[in-house]
Design a protein around this ligand. Structure first.
Ligand SMILES: [Zn+2]
Length: 126
């Protein structure tokens, strides 16, 4: 059979082996903390973003994007206050991701029971 122009020759081939999950450590399902769905959180979020004029407060950034993040300076997992406006800062997506990853790294690198302050990592706890 000659290949016809414009038709993929291998399009009828299907994988013969099903993919299986071989991970020995299962990744826990991501569960949204109900706090983030509460009206109190939405009010806090609006206030933090409004106070910043919708601009990223990370030093040297100042970006304004359609989607801005109200970030807990001291994260809730680290014992930060969930609704205190003083524990909030408005961040753009890139700065929010960077800050969240840095905070997680710091948290995971410390033995359980160690206080998780963010001192010495730059302005505003980042
Ligand atoms: Zn930013």
């Amino acid at each position: 059979m000659r290949p016809q122009p414009g038709k993929a020759r291998l399009r009828t081939l299907r994988p013969r082996i099903e993919t299986i999950d071989t991970r020995s450590a299962k990744v826990p399902e991501k569960v949204v903390d109900p706090h983030y769905l509460s009206p109190e959180h939405r009010r806090w979020r609006s206030e933090v973003i409004r106070r910043a004029g919708g601009r990223c407060e990370f030093p040297g950034c100042g970006r304004a994007e359609p989607r801005m993040f109200a970030d807990h300076i001291r994260e809730l997992k680290d014992g930060g206050s969930p609704l205190d406006p003083a524990n909030g800062q408005c961040l753009c997506g890139a700065c929010h991701s960077r800050k969240t990853i840095a905070a997680r790294e710091l948290r995971l690198s410390m033995p359980a029971g160690t206080p998780s302050g963010h001192g010495g990592r730059g302005p505003r706890g980042v």
